[in-house]
Design a protein around this ligand. Sequence first.
Ligand code: SF4
Length: 190
Amino acid sequence: MKNLLSEIQNCTLCKDYLPFHPSPILRASKTAKIIIIGQAPGIRVHNSGIPWNDPSGIELRRWLNIDSEVFYDTSEIAIIPMGFCYPGTGKSGDLPPRKECAPTWHEKLFNFMPNVELILLIGQYSQKFYLEKPKKNLTEIVKSFEEYLPKYFCLPHPSPRNRIWMKKNSWFEEDVIPVLRQKIETILKK
Ligand code: SF4
């Protein structure tokens, strides 16, 4: 795992498409029980080098009902986005994660992580990549979250930009978050 993480830190596979020199941001360990697969670092995370160190991270920790100390305990929780490096921005915000990243690195990382009990798929990119039978859109996937358990827990992105989605879909807060919290608590207690 140490060698693999060092190999990733030196990865320049898609450097020609990135706005800055590659700077992969992820956390992983052989003992992790939960993997969080989000999209790609935003500029704030790129600058700090700390994943989910932004308003989305604050909201995600609220959903999970855990504090920063638990969230960043790599021995329990791995943070492995679809793209490890900041992809830059386009006309409508941050660009998608680089498509080279997950196929190149994810499986290699997961092979070193035998204790994983739950994988959080956050946002459409990870859901499209991992779900064998995705629904027509993210809302339908999240609504049917139980279909993808026990391996995957599908979530929307906790970005403040998704506040309208949260308001429109109050079932998420009422029905999905309590199940998510219960699962996280049970796994972390073991
Ligand atoms: S995004 Fe992934 S594949 Fe591309 S340079 Fe960064 S670590 Fe390598």
